[in-house]
Design a protein around this ligand. Structure first.
Ligand code: DAH
Length: 342
């Protein structure tokens, strides 16, 4: 047997059995048999050693071998090309894209951030405190002793009795914690969630949000309080907004007041929001009670301070005419969507 025939018979079974697992396998095959230094080239080189009388047959044999290699290669190459095409997603890139639904910030968050940024502009920093609070920080230190009637103003959720732990009923508890732990002067706002044992209705909820403000320094007066709140209101509701203060009572402030703003809906002529009075109440405030200062070893002869507490739901209701408190926690997308982009 000639060396040419010997080599062809050696490789033929391998080629017939060839099953590439990947395009890379097929490429290896191509290089090995059809490459510039491949076996087909080497074997063809044997032709010159074939005696002249056998050359015709040998030529045909070599040709058949070459066809076998090329046909094998071509068949698999087509198969891989078709596979790649089939795997490719049949996307029509000229179609409009499917929109990704946009989330929105919750209206209470929108308003809370706005409150924070307004007060930050006049030097307040943000402080937070725990929602589960002890009696001292939620009541006693705020000049509300055990039998103080003012405790009835707020229906409290008790987490435990003796010692008393409560879900804080107001963010004034954070005021107490700040007075206890921070050096003077203090100028903070304390946003957060508060809890009260109320039957849920359009006008009451068992949890809601407040933002407390506290400023303690030498020579802080009621005029400073009015000025800060006036600044807040005109930034929040517009430069034309009017304010008025009504005397009120809170155990932790003396004197105390409630502040109303001119109705932003009817401008004062009378509507449902202002119950036809032209005014809407937005917060409670006052000068920090000397007893409270003493509770935290702050000398009321040297330092004075003001405090205020506003309801975030209330501000949001006025600003966006939300008339039912329950909407804030129902997670109804139709409600939330209306705040998109704000
Ligand atoms: N803590 C009061 C409440 O929840 C709100 C309040 C009123 C806070 C007057 C104050 C204040 O700091 O001075 O009803």
């Amino acid at each position: 047997m000639s060396s040419l025939e010997a080599q062809i018979s050696l490789y033929e079974p391998e080629i017939r059995a060839f099953q590439p697992a990947s395009a890379a396998d097929l490429e290896q095959f191509r290089i090995r048999f059809l490459g510039a230094k491949g076996l087909l080239k080497t074997i063809s080189g044997e032709m010159k050693n074939v005696p002249a009388e056998e050359r015709k047959d040998a030529g045909q044999r070599l040709n058949a071998f070459k066809n076998l290699i090329e046909a094998t290669f071509d068949a698999f190459q087509q198969q891989f090309a078709a596979g790649v095409a089939a795997a490719r997603p049949k996307a029509d890139i000229s179609l409009p894209g499917s929109p990704i639904p946009m989330g929105t910030r919750h209206p209470l968050r929108i308003v809370e951030s706005e409150i924070i940024s307004i007060f930050e502009n006049i030097g307040f920093s943000v402080a937070t405190g725990p929602e589960v609070e002890d009696d001292w920080h939620n009541f006693t230190s705020l000049n509300m002793h055990e039998h103080h009637p003012a405790r009835d103003m707020q229906d409290t959720f008790y987490v435990s009795k003796d010692p008393d732990w409560v879900l804080r009923t107001h963010t004034s508890s954070v005021q107490a914690r700040i007075m206890e732990s921070q050096p003077l002067p203090i100028r903070v706002i304390c946003p957060g969630r508060v809890y009260r044992n109320e039957t849920i209705s359009a006008r009451a909820h068992c949890f809601f949000h407040q933002c407390e403000g506290l400023y303690i320094d030498k020579n802080v007066s009621f005029a400073d309080l009015k000025q800060a709140l006036y600044y807040f209101v005109t930034r929040m509701f517009g430069a034309d907004t009017k304010v008025r203060f009504r005397p009120s009572y809170f155990p932790f402030t003396e004197p105390s007041a409630e502040m109303d703003i001119s109705c932003t809906v009817c401008g004062g002529s009378g509507c449902n929001l202002c119950k036809h009075t032209g005014w809407v109440e937005i917060l409670g405030c006052g000068m920090v009670h000397p007893n409270m200062l003493r509770n935290f070893n702050i000398d009321p002869e040297v330092y004075t301070g003001y405090a205020f507490g506003l309801g975030v739901e209330r501000i949001t209701q006025i600003k966006y005419q939300v008339n039912d408190l329950r909407l804030y926690s129902q997670n109804d997308v139709r409600f939330l969507k209306q705040f998109q982009g704000i």
